[in-house]
Design a protein around this ligand. Structure first.
Ligand SMILES: Cc1cc2nc3c(=O)[nH]c(=O)nc-3n(C[C@H](O)[C@H](O)[C@H](O)COP(=O)(O)O)c2cc1C
Length: 151
């Protein structure tokens, strides 16, 4: 079993693509990481013995997480596990033309760090616009390189 699980929420595939890029970069650095869509994720994923959780989600609907991730949050919210001692990294995709730019990342941090007690180990990555743009590819690579040193 890998020691890191990345759970992503994505409606049009942008966050899904970034999640697999993060996985690819981490693998080249010898880190084993599983990637799972939030639609297939539930409480047992959070209580499994992963050391690190990477939570990746786009923002929709005036600042809310993509609906697949939002449904995952609803599934776990009646019985939130403790993530004390677990490392947490958060990345979001959004568009700064919207008022609540990458609002999902704030909601996810409040839940996974604030309420469940995970330890945030790196500044949240907020990607503005299409992830394939060169400047976004550069920030994704730099963020993931830094993350690799922390997990
Ligand atoms: C109808 C609509 C609403 C959106 N709302 C927001 C928003 O409130 N905040 C934000 O930062 N981005 C918003 N976005 C931008 C998306 O988050 C962005 O396109 C993202 O790359 C989608 O990623 P996904 O394909 O992984 O879902 C919105 C996009 C659309 C089309």
């Amino acid at each position: 079993m890998a020691n890191t699980l990345l759970i992503y929420g994505s409606l049009t595939g942008n966050t899904e693509g970034v999640s697999h890029k993060v996985q690819e970069i981490l693998r080249t650095k010898g880190k084993e990481i599983e990637v799972k869509n939030a639609i297939d994720s539930d409480l047992p994923d959070l209580t499994a013995p992963y050391e690190t959780f990477i939570l990746a989600c786009s923002t929709w609907d005036d600042g809310l997480p993509a609906s697949d991730f939002n449904d995952f949050i609803e599934r776990i919210s009646s019985n939130l596990p403790s993530l004390a001692g677990k490392k947490i990294a958060i990345l979001g995709l959004g568009d700064s033309n919207y008022v609540h730019f990458c609002g999902a990342t704030t909601i996810i941090e409040e839940l996974f760090v604030g309420k469940m007690g995970g330890q945030k180990i790196i500044d949240t990555l907020r990607i503005d616009g299409y992830p394939d743009m060169e400047e976004n590819q550069t920030v994704i690579s730099a963020w993931t390189d830094k993350l690799a040193e922390l997990i």
